[in-house]
Design a protein. Structure first.
Length: 252
C-alpha cells in the first residue's frame, strides 16, 4: 500500500533479473544503414588543372539502448554528410606553381529520436499532469515512459533529442617557386565554421533514484522518493568559429 502509483505501473517495464541478479539479453539488434556515393572530375584548361570532388553520405541508425539499459526503448538516428572540394592548380612559367582550393563540409544529424516506449501517456502511468504541479510533456509526439535512472540501470524513452547542423568552409592557397638552389613556398588558409545544436531537453521528465531516502535505490523508487527530478527547455546553441593561418618556407 505504500508503493507509489507510478512505480506500480512502471514495474512492467523492468525485466526480471537472472539467477546472478543481473539482466542481459542479445535479442535486440543495433541496425545501421549507411549509403555513400562520390565522384571526381578533372580538366586541363588554360586556367590550369581544375578539379571537383563531391561526397554524399546518408545513414540511419536504430539504437536499442540509447539511454535505457533494458529492451523496449530504442531510438532512431539519421544523418547526412556532404563534402565539396574544388581545386585549381596553375603552372606559372617553368619555375612556379600556384594551388588554390575551396572545401565545404556539411553535417546534419538527428540523434535519440524515441521509437520504443511511446504510446502511453504520463497520466495513464499514474503521474500528475498539467497545471502548476504536474508534468507537462514538452514534445507530445514523444510522450511515453519517462526516463528513470537507478544506480545500475535505466528505463524510459530518451529524454533528450539532439539535432546538430555544422557547416565548415575553408579556403587554401599555396604558391611554390624555384629560385636557383632554393625552393620557396608561401601559403595560407582560412576556415569558417557554423554549428547549431538543437536540444529537446528532458521532454517527459527524468527521475533519478540513488537510495538517498531508504538507502536502496529500488526501494526509493517503490515509495516514490526520487533523489532528483529534472525537466526543462534548452535553447539552441549557435556557435561560430574562425581560423586563419599563413606560412613561409625556404628549402635549400
Amino acid at each position: 500500500s505504500i508503493f507509489s502509483s507510478p512505480s506500480k505501473k512502471l514495474l512492467q517495464y523492468i525485466p526480471t533479473p537472472g539467477p546472478d541478479g543481473y539482466f542481459s539479453t542479445s535479442a535486440s539488434s543495433q541496425r545501421l544503414y549507411d549509403n555513400k556515393v562520390s565522384g571526381r572530375m578533372d580538366a586541363n584548361t588554360r586556367f590550369g588543372m581544375l578539379s571537383a570532388y563531391y561526397l554524399w553520405d546518408d545513414y540511419t541508425l536504430n539504437n536499442p539502448y540509447p539511454t535505457a539499459s533494458v529492451p523496449g526503448f530504442n531510438a532512431q538516428g539519421t544523418g547526412r554528410t556532404q563534402v565539396i572540394n574544388l581545386g585549381a592548380t596553375k603552372t606559372i612559367g617553368n619555375t612556379a606553381v600556384n594551388e588554390l582550393r575551396y572545401q565545404f563540409v556539411r553535417v546534419k544529424d538527428s540523434m535519440n529520436k524515441p521509437d520504443g516506449g511511446k504510446g502511453v501517456t504520463l497520466s495513464s502511468l499514474g503521474f500528475a499532469t498539467g497545471g502548476n504541479t504536474g508534468i507537462v510533456a514538452l514534445a507530445p509526439q514523444f510522450e511515453g515512459v519517462p526516463e528513470v535512472d537507478f544506480n545500475n540501470f535505466a528505463i524510459g524513452v530518451p529524454s533528450r533529442v539532439l539535432g546538430l547542423v555544422e557547416n565548415t568552409h575553408q579556403w587554401i592557397d599555396n604558391f611554390s617557386k624555384v629560385v636557383g638552389t632554393h625552393t620557396l613556398k608561401f601559403g595560407g588558409s582560412y576556415r569558417y565554421t557554423q554549428m547549431g545544436e538543437y536540444l529537446s531537453n528532458v521532454m517527459n521528465g527524468q527521475f533519478q533514484f540513488f537510495g538517498t531516502e531508504t538507502g536502496n535505490d529500488f526501494a526509493d523508487f517503490l515509495v516514490g522518493a526520487p533523489t532528483y527530478y529534472v525537466q526543462g527547455q534548452a535553447p539552441p546553441s549557435l556557435g561560430r568559429s574562425r581560423y586563419g593561418g599563413a606560412y613561409a618556407q625556404d628549402s635549400w
